[in-house]
Ligand binder design. Structure first.
Ligand code: IPE
Ligand code: IPE
Ligand code: MG
Length: 248
């Protein structure tokens, strides 16, 4: 029996995979621990999927790490998550270098603590010449925030006579989003058995294939990632056409 990885068609890999990493709190609770214990144990899963994506040659991996709405969690959990971010970015920079990974982020950076902003900036700087996978962390991110910010920028361009309303189309609009110059994700994965999008990449997932896994994020491993890709490769992406038109 060949491994799931070996069954993957290397010619049909998505260029961009996005993941809603969910279930840390429930993972910890099942073990009688505080929620932050789950967040800490989620770091290994982040490393695993980053390595797996890099190994395969996926170009972009976007991880939803902290949403705009997550600012409404109890202060102690937010504080723990922010310090975990600082320590993780520092400790994982080596993994990124070893795997030729460039770090990027999307979201409202200004709302993050200075310590997170600084670590993020320094890791981005260190990894900026890596040309394998681009790892995109969604931090203090939500799609409605991103879209509103994009609309504000466009409105300003029009006000300053740099853009005509008739110039706006999907391509142009996409350039005003945080994900400018990134391909849309072909595949979106959510762990922990929840079936919702939670304000993630609403514009960009217009035609993404969705994959829901029951696995709680701290238990997510390379093998689960490969399973998701194999499932994706079995899908027929029709983009509004009929099956006969897209079959080769
Ligand atoms: C995902 O796990 C991580 C973040 C949202 C930061 P959760 O913390 O949402 O875990 P559950 O959903 O409560 O189990
Ligand atoms: C979505 O997870 C945000 C992240 C994974 C960072 P949540 O656990 O916050 O989502 P909801 O609120 O349950 O939909
Ligand atoms: Mg959750």
């Amino acid at each position: 029996m060949s491994s799931v990885k070996e069954q993957l068609d290397k010619e049909k890999l998505p260029s961009h995979v996005a993941i809603i990493m969910d279930g840390n709190g429930r993972w910890a609770k099942k073990r009688g621990n505080a929620r932050v214990f789950g967040h800490r144990n989620g770091v290994k899963a982040v490393r695993e999927v980053t390595e797996a994506a890099a190994e395969l040659g996926v170009k972009f991996l976007t991880l939803y790490a902290f949403s705009t709405e997550n600012w409404n969690r109890p202060k102690n959990e937010i504080d723990a998550l922010m310090s975990l971010l600082v320590s993780t970015i520092a400790s994982e920079t080596k993994t990124l270098m070893d795997n030729n990974v460039m770090l990027k982020s999307i979201g409202c950076k200004e709302t993050l603590p200075k310590s997170v902003q600084e670590k993020l900036a320094s890791c981005k700087e260190q990894t900026k010449n890596n040309d394998g996978l681009t790892l995109v962390l969604a931090l203090s991110y939500s799609s409605r925030w991103e879209i509103i910010e994009g609309v504000k920028k466009i409105a300003l361009e029009i006000k300053n006579n740099n853009l005509e309303p008739s110039d706006i189309n999907s391509e142009v609009f996409g350039q005003y989003l945080e994900t400018a110059n990134m391909p849309d994700p072909e595949l979106l994965i959510r762990t922990s058995g929840e079936f919702r999008i939670s304000n993630f990449l609403l514009w960009q997932i217009a035609y993404s294939e969705l994959y829901f896994s029951d696995v709680l994020w701290p238990d997510f491993r390379k093998e689960h990632f490969f399973e998701a890709l194999l499932d994706y490769q079995g899908r027929e992406r029709r983009f509004g056409k009929i099956s006969d038109q897209v079959k080769k």
